[in-house]
Design a binder for this molecule. Structure first.
Ligand code: SAM
Ligand code: SF4
Length: 371
């Protein structure tokens, strides 16, 4: 939406929800003993929470390992990883995804850690694709993408999000500590050439580090037709060094770009997508803002997560985890898995509470949960 000055105005989330600090969600309680005024957990139908949010998007982490060490995510040395035996195997992941599909999940995104360091990923994609999701995407740092793009596309992957925090080679290396810009840019070309599009580029902005590249990234979006998404730094770094002063609010990004290239709202927060989308008024491309901290979009959240070691999580910022791996390995039924999904959703808090003074960081960091 444009104001008289031609700058964009930001549309905020339509659903207003109270937030409260948490380490764990409310008890899922019994599905059959609701009392007056207390909603009762549904035993059938879509995955709906106490606040009416329907959950149809599942993020699956396939590994907590990574070939990079981005400053906002992992320490340079000393990260410890899950023992192999604790990871869900592909059959287990597919089984959980099938149950999720039967509960109304229509969209899957594979992530990590770095998903492409997990051996044989195209095989997993192929098995997931046969389940028939509307969207089957992958978020990657791009280092292995050129090598695997063709087999991933043939296996049924629909699109990729590629993380890239700088368009300057030396700075890229100082932020990501390993890897190189050229490999990632080339991988984007390869991904598009095999049909993995629209391609989204994730940029985590850090004040004083790469926020002088906001316009460069906007120009990149205009030149390449890739959707560049600016992400606010979240308190999910493994080192626990996050400070609010380091993040660049989405609103400032928007103002800086709109002052040069007018933007209009491509979609607002009425939908569940985390990114607010803006189109360049002259028709040359699009950007997105993922303002998780300064403009939480919890009111329309439709997302669930499965960690690499088989925990169902209802929020990046909540420690509420239900270990579906125990059900899978203990002879549990699909109905048991489904019940675990329902209870997780039902226990979801209305908001992440990052902006509340009592907020506590979750015990696991971004790469351990699956971003
Ligand atoms: N390794 C892959 C990658 O980097 O794209 C996938 C996993 S990564 C955890 C998923 C996304 O989370 C990336 O876009 C990454 O930049 C972002 N991310 C990681 N740590 C973050 C943090 N503390 N705050 C905001 N975004 C973060
Ligand atoms: Fe690895 Fe992605 Fe974390 Fe960077 S953001 S360290 S690439 S998991």
């Amino acid at each position: 939406m444009l104001n008289e000055q031609g700058a964009t105005t930001v549309v905020t989330a339509p659903v207003s929800v109270a937030v409260r600090p948490h380490r764990h969600g409310p008890d899922a309680g019994s599905s059959s003993t609701g009392h007056s005024g207390t909603p009762v957990m549904p035993e059938e139908g879509p995955l709906i929470d106490r606040y009416g949010r329907v959950h149809n998007d599942l993020r699956i982490s396939v590994t907590d390992r990574c070939n990079l060490r981005c400053v906002y995510c992992m320490p340079e040395e000393g990260m410890t990883f899950l023992p192999r035996a604790e990871l869900l195997d592909f059959d287990e992941i597919v089984r959980v995804a099938r149950v999720a599909r039967d509960l109304g999940v229509t969209s899957l995104r594979l992530t990590g850690g770095e998903p492409l360091v997990r051996k044989g990923l195209p095989e997993l994609v192929s098995n997931l694709a046969t389940l028939g999701f509307d969207d089957l995407a992958l978020t990657t740092n791009g280092m292995e993408l050129a090598r695997q793009a063709s087999s991933l596309a043939s296996a049924g992957l629909t699109r990729v999000n590629v993380s890239c925090d700088s368009l300057r080679a030396d700075r890229f290396e100082s932020i990501r500590r390993r890897g190189d810009l050229r490999t990632v840019l080339d991988a984007m070309d390869v991904a598009e050439s095999v049909g993995l599009s629209p391609l989204k580029v994730n940029v985590v902005l850090l004040r004083g580090t790469n926020d002088d590249e906001i316009l460069d990234f906007a120009a990149f979006a205009r030149d390449t037709a890739r959707i560049v998404r600016f992400i606010e730094f979240m308190p999910l770094d493994a080192e626990g060094k996050w400070e609010r002063s380091q993040l660049v609010p989405g609103r400032q990004v928007l103002d800086r770009i709109a002052a040069v290239w007018p933007l209009e709202v491509a979609s607002d927060h009425a939908g569940p997508a985390p990114a607010e989308r803006f189109r360049f008024v002259d028709g040359r491309g699009e950007i997105g803002l993922i303002s998780s901290v300064t403009q939480p979009f919890c009111g329309t959240c439709n997302r669930l997560r499965l960690t690499a070691d088989g925990a169902i999580r209802n929020c990046l910022f909540s420690d509420d985890e239900r270990t579906v791996r125990d059900v899978l390995r203990g002879g549990g039924s699909d109905a048991d898995i489904g019940q675990m999904f329902r209870r997780s959703v039902w226990a979801k808090f209305p908001g992440h509470a990052i902006n509340e003074p009592e907020f506590l960081r979750p015990a696991r960091s971004m790469s351990m949960i699956g971003g």
